[in-house]
Design a protein around this ligand. Structure first.
Ligand SMILES: [Fe+2]
Ligand SMILES: [Fe+2]
Length: 248
């Protein structure tokens, strides 16, 4: 659950800040410089949950990279669908990587003894009604994209031998944190495949995602792992906060 910045740190834990959906625009002037400086004082690691830029433009990524210079703690992150819009996610990733962001896309990182796994994830729906690979080649390709993204998540989780792990995603692994979004678009906001994968691994302390701007903050995987939607508008509505804080 999210902590207030003045909550005393629990001994033996790592204080993690998280936020998604920064949506940096190309005309923004240092939109997050002060925020990153503040986060650096209040947390030991920052997790960014995708949609870091509005359209995945080089100029947008460069504005974010410049503001990230104010961040003096390790940053892990994933890209979101908006970071793909211009068709050059690898360029956005390169700029953010150069700015020091450890991007998760099938990789895993260990920071201060805590494992970080994850990736962008993908859509496809939940439960009995999850889209399956049947019929036209386009449907099969769509489902394959969801399976491939989920395999990256699985690979990253398998790499870790840490007792405590945090999963960082853009799309939601559960439907619960989507409440407030139109039910018609739930299948386009995430996929239960990811939740099922997460539940097969021990030691996952929490899952962080973004994307569902009108969703709710808190939910759980079917196996009971806490899931937090840290999309910026959600944090603003629920806590009037710019980021969430956790002791992991
Ligand atoms: Fe977003
Ligand atoms: Fe998104």
């Amino acid at each position: 659950m999210s902590l207030s910045p003045d909550a005393p740190p629990s001994p033996g834990t790592l204080r993690l800040a998280a936020v998604g959906d920064l949506h940096v625009g190309e005309t923004a002037q240092h939109p997050y410089r002060e925020l990153f400086a503040r986060i650096s004082q209040e947390a030991e690691v920052l997790a960014l949950c995708g949609d870091l830029t509005n359209f995945g433009k080089t100029a947008e990524a460069e504005i974010l990279a410049e503001d990230l210079q104010a961040c003096r703690i390790p940053v892990v992150g994933v890209l979101g669908n908006h970071d793909y819009e211009c068709g050059q996610p690898q360029e956005v990733a390169r700029i953010l990587h150069q700015a020091g962001v450890k991007l998760l896309d099938g990789e895993a990182y260990e920071i201060e003894g805590i494992g970080f796994a994850g990736g962008k994830g993908f859509i496809g729906g939940y439960g009995r009604n999850m889209l399956s690979a049947f019929g036209e080649p386009a449907i099969k390709a769509f489902v394959q994209a969801a399976v491939d993204e989920n395999l990256k998540l699985e690979t990253s989780l398998r790499m870790l031998k840490t007792a405590r792990t945090v999963v960082v995603l853009h799309y939601s692994p559960i439907a619960e944190t989507l409440e407030g979004e139109p039910p018609e678009i739930f299948p386009f906001l995430g996929s239960a495949r990811m939740g099922e994968t997460i539940d097969r691994f021990d030691g996952v302390r929490c899952v962080l995602h973004g994307h569902a701007h009108s969703g709710v903050y808190e939910g759980r995987t079917p196996g009971g792992v806490p899931v937090y939607n840290v999309a910026r508008p959600v944090l603003k509505r629920r806590f009037d906060a710019e980021f969430a804080l956790f002791d992991i």
